[in-house]
Design a protein around this ligand. Structure first.
Ligand code: THU
Length: 136
C-alpha cells in the first residue's frame, strides 16, 4: 500500500475513534484528500436522537472540505469500519461524492486490519443523479 494511503488510513482510524454513535454503536471513520491541498480531512459519523439527522463519516469529511476550501475535487477517500469485509459507503454518501469526484476517483475500503480494497467511484455508483449542471 502506498505510504500516503497508509497515513490517510491512520487519520481515518483516529477519526473513527471520535465517532458519535450512541444509537447504532457502529463507528465509521473517513479520511479525505482533495486536489491541491496537502492535509487529509478527517470525518466520522455523528448520530442524532432523531436518527434521520445522523450524518455519515464520508459526508462529514466532504462537507468539512467544502467549508475549509470551497468547491473541491476529491483525490481519494479512505473509509474505515470494524467489519469483515470492509463496509462500502452508503448511497447518500456516494451521491454527495458524485458532486466532487470523477468516475475514476479511488475509494479505499478499510477495516481494523488495514486497507482491504480499492474501488473506483464509478464501480460504487455508475450513474449518480446529475439533473442540473452547476453554475460554477
Ligand atoms: N454510516 C456511515 O458513517 N457511513 C456510511 O456510509 C454508512 C453508515 C453510519 C451512519 C450511522 O451512524 C451508522 O453508520 C449506522 O448506520
Amino acid at each position: 500500500m502506498e505510504k500516503q494511503i497508509e497515513s490517510a488510513y491512520k487519520v481515518a482510524l483516529k477519526a473513527r475513534e471520535k465517532a458519535y454513535a450512541p444509537y447504532s454503536h457502529f463507528k465509521v471513520g473517513a479520511a479525505l484528500k482533495i486536489v491541491g491541498h496537502d492535509e487529509i480531512i478527517p470525518g466520522c459519523n455523528v448520530e442524532n436522537a432523531s436518527f434521520g439527522a445522523t450524518v455519515c463519516a464520508e459526508r462529514t469529511a466532504l462537507l468539512a472540505s467544502v467549508a475549509n476550501h470551497g468547491k473541491c475535487e476529491m483525490e481519494y477517500i479512505v473509509v474505515v469500519t470494524d467489519t469483515e469485509p470492509a463496509t462500502q459507503p452508503c448511497a447518500l454518501c456516494l451521491q454527495v461524492m458524485g458532486e466532487f469526484s470523477k468516475p475514476d476517483t479511488p475509494v479505499y475500503l478499510a477495516n481494523l486490519k488495514g486497507v482491504q480494497s480499492k474501488l473506483s467511484f464509478k464501480e460504487l455508483l455508475p450513474n449518480p443523479f446529475t439533473e442540473f449542471e452547476p453554475n460554477e
